[in-house]
Design a binder for this molecule. Structure first.
Ligand code: PMP
Length: 392
């Protein structure tokens, strides 16, 4: 190995030095039981999982996977367009389409692929994409691959979007890309205002609802249900890895749109179909959302309890409106120190720094689950108080 420029850049990067010192990423738990995890033999409260409804270890979810494994084997063995399609893919897609209030749905092996596809599969290089500044990396990747022109607007700000839209020719094809619920911020998009602008200015709408589905709306159908706007967004994309208890992703919309995406999105054409067990877990989770609404009720109550506690502690949660709750630190080194202190005290959170979040929004991402007990949350709050006070 010689001292190449790329090597020097990686080694000299000061955030690499901090990462090596504090080791905040890529941990491997040795055991999990609900919201408790074990790291290096120590039991910890998991305060950053996306298992919002706590269905990951639900007996019916586990049983569904076991049955699918026995019936179909471990793999789909190919891509959907060729040999990988199975009856269970179609069944899950029908159920998700019904749940989301769309005509059709397509599932991918990861939400990242779904969100990329929903933009790259529809946008052309001559189009204009209006993107909320804070959208997920998967959507930026889809925009980049489409080679459409991007106009960013201020996060969750309809006036900023309108100003950007009004500068463009009515003849151009335009796409609005945003999230229903923002994964870091826990903010809910102002969907009715966005839809009004979309209607008046002929915008095609793509909404990533990875953190909304299962979590908001009276029956957990996500951001469209929350605003009574079911059926009004052109494409909804998201992940099966949050409330839906598995891994994989989906794009949902009208039949013609999905047919077009299936033949124009590289992520859809050239990637293998999700495995039998993955599909079965998502299907079981979707059935449980319908049959056992108590999980959503518990999630809502737990989130309220947690946020009340945080407010008493004076910890800034960036106005989170959902179960994704950032704890703003606003300083890189302090964020590392608080994160490490929490690890020492047996609380697992996730550190998030610019460019993943805007400058001065260095944060610890926490998320509440229906699987947390009130005792878990109180213990978490107690330890957060100690850690934040130590480095305030
Ligand atoms: N969109 C959002 C908003 C996400 O938070 C994530 C995952 N963190 C994804 C898309 C990608 O989903 P997956 O992890 O299933 O690839």
């Amino acid at each position: 190995m010689f001292n190449s420029l790329v090597r020097k850049r990686a080694i000299k990067d000061d955030s690499t030095a901090l990462r090596l010192k504090y080791s905040p990423y890529y941990h491997h738990f040795e055991r999990q039981d609900g919201c408790r995890v074990w790291l290096e033999g120590r039991e910890m409260i998991q305060l950053s999982s996306n298992d919002y409804l706590g269905l990951n270890q639900h007996p019916k979810v586990i049983e569904a996977g076991q049955k699918a494994l026995k019936k179909w084997g471990a793999s789909s063995t190919g891509s959907r367009i060729s040999n990988g399609g199975r009856a269970y893919h179609q069944r899950l897609e029908d159920k998700l389409a019904d749940f989301l209030g769309t005509q059709d749905c397509h599932i991918h092996a990861a939400g990242y692929l779904s969100c990329m596809s929903s933009v790259q599969g529809l946008a052309n290089r001559n189009d204009i994409v209006f993107a909320d500044r804070n959208i997920h990396s998967s959507l930026w990747s889809g925009i980049g691959m489409s080679r459409a022109r991007v106009e960013k607007f201020s996060h969750n700000n309809p006036s900023s979007l309108l100003r950007a839209v009004e500068l463009e020719s009515p003849k151009k094809a335009k796409i609005l890309v945003f999230e229903g619920v923002y994964s870091m911020e826990g903010h809910i998009a102002p969907l009715p205002e966005f839809l009004e602008i979309a209607k008046n200015h002929d915008l095609f709408t793509v909404m990533d609802d990875a953190h909304g589905v299962g979590v908001i709306g009276e029956t957990g159908r996500g951001t469209t249900e929350y605003f009574d706007c079911v059926g009004k967004v052109d494409l909804i994309c998201g992940s099966l890895s949050k409330a839906l208890a598995t891994t994989g992703g989906y794009v949902a919309g009208d039949k013609e749109l999905l047919e077009y995406m299936r033949t124009h999105s590289k992520q859809t054409i050239f990637s293998a179909a999700i495995s039998p067990a993955q599909a079965a877990w998502a299907e079981a989770a979707r059935e449980l959302i319908k049959a056992e609404p108590e999980h959503l009720t518990r999630l809502i109550n737990n989130t309220k309890h947690y946020k009340n506690g945080l407010e008493k502690l004076g910890i800034n949660t960036w106005g989170s409106q959902t179960a994704a709750v950032p704890l703003i630190v606003g300083d890189r080194l302090k964020a590392y120190r608080i994160w490490k202190e929490l690890i020492t005290q047996g609380v697992f959170t996730t550190i998030s720094l610019p460019p993943s979040v805007p400058p001065n929004k260095e944060l610890l991402r926490t998320a509440i689950s229906a699987a947390h007990t009130i005792e878990d949350i109180d213990l978490g709050l107690d330890r957060l108080a100690t850690a934040f006070n130590k480095f305030r």
